[in-house]
Design a protein around this ligand. Structure first.
Ligand code: GLU
Length: 445
């Protein structure tokens, strides 16, 4: 890291103690910025990096609700509105027991640059709660979502801050939160949330978008190497929304996904995964992935297994942060993996990223590779603003073009800064420069 930038990083750590995921995300971006500051001294003079590392607004609140046993439950709610230089704050809401301020700030910080890369007019934010949805009844989820929105509604709006889903928040939760927002404001304000049901203002392709986008991004990286998905063996960690639609698009593009996972274990099905079954188990019945082997006797379930041990051509970590470490990365490279695309946010540890970059394989970082979800959210906002709804084909074509543009922007930026093929550098610099220029133009914001 550049010496002057290191001082900024040290002060971020001192000002934000005990938020290790936030430190990790900041470090990863700041390590790329040395050549940018050399080229643009005005960014240093106006303290753009210092300002970008400080969220514009952080909201922390109590979420009280009752469980089905009539007990009072208390969780903590968050919304970190990180940067609005390019548009209204935009980013998902995560419900997971690991959520605390450091997780929301890492996600919000990543979201600033990811959203900038999309080329859409959206700022960066993230929200969530340490609420654990697993095993909760539908009524409990409803009561929690209503209580969460009863505080959040005063901080958001179609021109202010537009939340969406993330881990633990899908179509059902967005529906409950939208219903509560509508009651509290007495307004039909479709553009306040994205990921809505298609019958009431949602966009076709939004559900598929993060996974489809990640597969499109990897397809572009493969093409840049003169390759394609055709006949490639792939592993995709996770079995949630991102993993499911990554697998679907890879299959459409001619690849074969042989493994997926959840937090308990790994499914290996050499014949190729049965995606209809995974959708039924996960989306409809909300069951664990181990039940897959009840329907396919030739598949293997490995409790607490490591999916990265399985030899593959393409690996797509699509579960959660820091799920792929240095050892895993070395194993993938040794086993012949040629491309890795991050469907999740920051799934590869810094050591893992180093291994991939040094090996020369194609590595697509999350803030570029998984930007398809938020891009399609921005397309949903466009449809809401014009009171229109687009066809699946048109929306998917828009998404595809956006992913190609993001790929090319990262690729060309890496070349421009003398590190061809380094998508991490390309994504960080291209995203940062867009936000930095907007902040400069707006004065002391
Ligand atoms: N949570 C998703 C992400 O990490 C989507 C955010 C959105 O659609 O606003 O990008």
């Amino acid at each position: 890291m550049d010496d002057k930038i290191k001082l900024i990083y040290d002060s971020v750590i001192a000002r934000n103690p005990a938020e290790k995921e936030f430190h990790q995300a900041v470090k990863e971006v700041l390590e790329s910025l040395g050549p940018v500051i050399a080229k643009h001294p005005e960014f240093a003079q106006h303290k753009i990096i210092e300002r970008i590392c400080e969220p514009e607004r952080q909201i922390i609140f109590r979420v009280a609700w009752t469980n089905d046993n009539h007990e009072v439950m208390i969780n903590r709610g968050f919304r970190v509105q990180f940067n609005s230089a390019l548009g209204p704050y935009k980013g998902g809401i995560r419900f997971h027991p690991t959520v605390y301020l450091g997780i929301i700030k890492f996600l919000g910080f990543e979201q600033i640059f990811k959203n900038a890369l999309t080329g859409m007019p959206i700022g960066g934010a993230k929200g969530g709660s340490d609420f654990h949805p697993k095993g909760r009844s539908d009524c409990e989820i409803l009561r929690f979502c209503q209580s969460y929105m009863t505080e959040l509604y005063r901080h958001i709006g179609e021109h202010t801050d537009v939340p969406a889903g993330d881990i633990g928040v899908g179509g059902r939760e967005i529906g409950y939160m939208y219903g509560q927002y509508k009651r509290l404001t007495n307004k039909w304000e479709a553009g306040v949330l994205t990921g809505k049901g298609v019958a009431w203002g949602g966009s076709l392709v939004r559900k598929e978008a993060t996974g489809y986008g990640a597969a499109f991004f990897v397809d572009e990286m493969l093409k840049a190497k003169g390759q394609s998905f055709d006949g490639k063996v792939c592993t995709v960690s996770g079995s949630g929304n991102v993993a499911i639609y990554t697998i679907e698009k890879i299959h459409q593009l001619g690849g074969k996904c042989i493994a997926c996972s959840d937090s308990n274990g790994v499914i290996l099905h050499e014949k190729g995964l049965d995606l209809d079954l995974i959708k039924q188990l996960k989306e409809v019945e909300r069951r664990r992935i181990k039940d897959y082997v009840k329907y396919h006797k030739d598949a293997i379930y490995k409790e607490k297994g490591n999916i990265w041990e399985i030899p593959c051509d393409v690996a797509m970590p699509s579960a959660t942060e820091n799920e792929l470490n240095g050892k895993d990365a070395a194993m993938l490279v040794k086993n012949g993996c040629i491309a890795v695309g991050e469907g999740a946010n920051m799934p590869t540890t810094p050591k893992g990223v180093d291994v991939f970059l040094n090996s020369g394989i194609a590595f697509g970082p999350g803030k570029a590779a998984n930007a398809g979800g938020v891009s399609t959210s921005a397309l949903e906002m466009q449809q809401n603003a014009s009171r229109d709804s687009w066809s699946f084909e048109h929306t998917e074509e828009r998404l595809h073009q956006i992913m190609k543009n993001i790929h090319n922007l990262c690729f060309e930026t890496a070349e421009e800064y003398g590190e061809p093929g380094n998508y991490v550098l390309g994504a960080n610099i291209a995203g940062f420069v867009k936000v930095a220029k907007a902040m400069l133009a707006m004065g002391l914001v």
